[in-house]
Design a protein around this ligand. Structure first.
Ligand code: AGP
Length: 614
């Protein structure tokens, strides 16, 4: 999960490439670098650390040139230092490469190249690529064919951009497998390359998404796309993207994560808009490409996802099973792909992936596709790999989510699954229309209820102040809210670096209760639902062991104040929508604790927004 950017045109490349990297910094921020062609040679500036370090270097050692490439790194092979920072040069300094992904056979290739006299400067797998191209050119191949044959030898998933000082009018880009994509931006007398659209959409809305095993030769006035396998030209569709740059700006918020938490009233409105027909009392999901017949043919749904999206999938299982009465399994995608699952064409694979580029999730799609399964996806990124390979999709429509910790796309994914469950119920005829109308109407108030919850942000911030120094937390939930306990723990872990565990509350007596004492705050999700009494007894058991209990409860429940040390209230909503509402206070608690601890909320250490490597 690195960010790559390229430019060829008539303007100075450096500021365009740098600004593009800044918009991709969420993909990785261990080191960064830019290379340009200036007066017939390649100049490179690279620095460990975040992009600001590169900016400072460029201020003292500027780069000028009308063709350039840049990279912001999430380290896989080799320390996060300046030596391993991309771009990487070949032996002669004539060629330079940037790369996202993992060259799985790099050690073998590196050994062969060293035997042919190549010297390596870095520990990275990436540097192997540029020496392979160099060796092919030494053997008499032209730049483009040398690149095509070199890239054809790489195993694993890659996104690669190459530049050659001897052909300063072109860049070569390639995508192999499902690694973070390569988007070509079509400008007027200039062209752009990037891992993700935010890096180039200030300059153009016309984009091409490279498919796997395609290589593009990009000049300022045009492009050519060929197959890596046989070199034949391929045609590509040009997409026009509607995009509001302001929506990706922080505005008056301190962090992107704060903005994205607080805009969930609006983002859920956008998620629901055009899908819930409140007049007719039905859900319409045309982008799922389903008919009553194809919906009835589904025997089972397997949900595969990672991280927060996996937690959304756990919520979705309850929603879809309750609404559509279809059996649902939920897998961590990196587990699904290696467990030889029992699937067949009557089993639908539903992936949930904010980025649409998570390599394990995409691999699960490939595996299910090979078994003939219908591929469904819930994603936030139009044109992402998951979106492109799916048979049916529900876009989250949450707008760009820049904070590495997922928030608005988590609640958006849940609402998408609620609507999918209703839609499947309609198509399969398992719910009478009156019941469907009530369930659709329950959605109508949700965005406003969420919006009003931020009136209580001050209470949560006050709690965060009190709990910022604890080193361990437990989050407990039951039933459809158990996944929210898992998510609350993940949020706290990933942005404040405090150890936290989410547990099914009923599991406590089977071991984890041994952990509880006055140093272990316990967050209990205890809304007024069918298991409320069970959660109350859970709180009593924790209190009996001197725990400090933070309860998340339904407005109006005064009794719980006598049980818990602190209470955060949420508005009453129907049981199937409770997880969406309970997500909000836990997001805010994690955010405010992390801010109090001075953590890097938008770009937590060791993380990146989309995990495009295994
Ligand atoms: C969530 O806060 C994390 N950033 C991470 O767990 C994320 O949900 C996971 O990597 C999956 O990403 P995806 O939704 O883009 O596939």
């Amino acid at each position: 999960m690195c960010g790559i950017v390229g430019y060829v045109g008539v303007r100075d490349a450096t500021p365009i490439v740098y600004d593009g990297l800044k918009r991709l910094e969420y993909r990785g921020y261990d080191s960064a670098g830019i290379a340009v062609i200036h007066k017939d040679h390649i100049e490179v500036r690279r620095e460990a650390g975040k992009l600001d370090a590169l900016r400072d270097l460029l201020s003292t050692q500027p780069l000028t040139g009308s063709i350039g490439i840049g990279h912001t790194r999430w380290a896989t092979h080799g320390q996060a230092n300046q030596i391993n920072a991309h771009p990487h040069l070949d032996c002669t300094g004539d060629l330079v490469v940037i790369h996202n992904g993992i060259v799985e056979n790099f050690l073998e290739l590196r050994g062969d190249l060293q035997a042919q006299g190549h010297t390596f400067r870095s520990e990275t797998d990436t540097e192997t690529i540029v020496h392979l191209v160099e060796q092919n050119m030494r053997d008499g191949l032209g730049f483009e064919e040398a690149a095509r044959q070199a890239l054809g030898r790489l195993q694993g998933s890659q996104a690669v951009v190459l530049m050659n000082k001897c052909q300063p009018d072109r860049l070569i880009a390639a995508r192999i497998g499902n690694a973070g994509g390569v988007t070509i931006g079509l400008g007027d007398g200039e062209m752009f390359l990037a891992s993700d659209m935010p890096a180039i959409l200030d300059y153009t809305r016309k984009v091409i998404f490279l498919e796997s095993r395609q290589m593009a030769i990009v000049l300022k006035d045009g492009y050519q796309i060929i197959s890596l396998d046989d070199g034949e030209r391929v045609e590509a569709s040009v997409h026009t993207i509607s995009y509001d740059p302001a929506s990706a700006a922080k505005g008056e918020y301190r962090h992107f994560m704060q903005k994205e938490i607080f805009e969930q009233g609006r983002s859920l409105t956008d998620t629901i808009r055009g899908r819930a027909d409140f007049e007719r009392g039905v859900i319409e999901l045309p982008e799922m490409n389903l008919t009553a017949q194809s919906a009835r043919a589904i025997s089972r749904i397997v949900i595969a996802a990672c991280g927060t999206s996996y937690h959304a999938g756990l919520v979705g299982r309850y929603m879809i099973e309750q609404l559509a009465r279809i059996p649902v399994e939920v897998d961590i995608a990196s587990e699904f792909r290696y467990r030889n699952p029992v699937i067949d064409p009557t089993v639908a694979l539903l992936t949930i992936t904010q980025s649409g580029e998570t390599v394990d999730t995409l691999a699960a799609m490939e595996q299910a596709d090979a078994a003939g399964c219908p591929l469904w996806t819930i994603t936030n990124v139009i044109g992402s790999q998951a979106h492109r390979v799916s048979d049916g999709a529900i876009l989250i429509h949450a707008g760009p989510e820049i904070g590495v910790a997922s928030t608005k796309t988590f609640t958006g994914s849940q609402v998408d699954m609620y609507m999918l469950g209703l839609y499947l119920a309609q198509l399969r005829g398992v719910l009478d229309p009156v019941h469907v109308r009530h369930l659709v109407d329950d959605l109508a108030r949700l965005p406003d209820l969420i919006g009003h919850m931020f009136d209580r942000a001050g209470e949560v911030e006050h709690l965060a102040n009190e709990f910022q120094r604890y080193t361990n937390f437990l989050f407990l939930g039951r039933g459809i809210n158990y996944p929210i306990a898992l998510e609350g723990a993940l949020k706290l872990k990933e942005i404040s670096y405090i150890h936290a565990e989410g547990y099914a509350a009923g599991e406590m007596k089977h071991g984890p209760i041994a952990l509880i004492d006055e140093n272990m705050p316990v967050v209990c999700l205890a809304p007024k639902d069918a298991v409320y009494d069970k959660m109350i007894s859970q709180i009593e058991q924790a209190k009996a062991r001197n725990a400090i209990v933070i309860a998340v409860a339904t407005e109006g429940d005064l009794a719980i104040k006598r049980k818990a040390d602190h209470v955060i209230y949420v508005p009453p909503v129907p049981p199937l929508l409770l997880p969406v509402v309970l997500s909000i206070p836990l997001q805010m608690l994690a955010y405010y604790i992390a801010v109090r601890r001075g953590a890097d909320v938008d770009q937590p250490r060791n993380l990146a927004k989309s995990v495009t490597v295994e």
